[in-house]
Design a protein around this ligand. Sequence first.
Ligand SMILES: [Cu+2]
Length: 342
Amino acid sequence: MLALLAAATAPENLSTFSPASPAAEWTRELFVLVAAITGGILLLVEGILFYALIRCRRRTGPADAEPPQVYGSKPIEIAWTLAPLIVVFVLVLLVGRVLWEVRPDPVAASAGVQPLHVTVIGHQWWWEYRYDSYDGRDLGGIVTANELHIPVSPPNGVQRPVYLNLQSADVCHSFWIPRLGGKTDLLPGRANTMWLQANEPGLYLGQCAEYCGTQHANMLLRVVVESPEDFEKYLAAEAKPAADPTDKVALANKEAFRSQSCVNCHTVRDKQDTRANGTFGPDLTHLMARKTIAAGMIPNTPENLKKWVFSPESVKPGCLMAGFDLGEKDMKAVIDYLTTLK
Ligand SMILES: [Cu+2]
């Protein structure tokens, strides 16, 4: 009941009841069917219970005499053993069919399919995405965070299934985009796989679905589904290293960032200067291509970046980045540099 309520009141782009992929559609159908069967049983059993309660309520008068006592009844025993058995068997078949349909790798091998392979690494409390390959092309080197872009896979067009290789850098997390299907856990020391597919472009939301520490509730998932053309543009932009500063001020801003310890935790891909190569925090090479920061918590604006760098704690208490009191001048330089990372 609670699950039903939660699902029914979830925002439109987070609800299992508005599936946008074949797997999510199967899952919803299964849910509705199972809810109907079990709901029917609930009504039946409660109905009989209430009937018995009213029919056999205590009365005064002659009816108060002891009713006839029945000791065992073979037909009834057989009926209430067989009925649940049949119900459970039907449920197992229904669930088994959907499990079979959503199993990984249904179409990857067939011709005319353009699969995308991405490695997803769960961190406390953000998501790392490493694009491995698309349509047979090697994409190794594209690393981003928190906002996953994938190409659309229309039901009657070219199929572009997205295969996710799920890993964890620390504790257990779980990847779930309710409208696109899922969910699968990310476990330390082990790679899990899942796939998803989106019928229509748009923004699809999710949420880490396995408790992973204080900021679990703010480990939000954002999947941007794009037309194949837009997706190609996205890949091309992400594959580039960070733009080189052209003027003196921009160069000084870059130096301000690179002389801080930010570089121990964050990577900014840059051909000339490889100091920023940390992997503990999100890759910042194309930070400004993301609409949000801190795993979907707040919009990615210069003010919010400043607030974040000064005190991540005030935004996301307990997060694994400490604040930096850089002073007015250096803070401005660092934020100005960050906003050039388009
Ligand atoms: Cu998590």
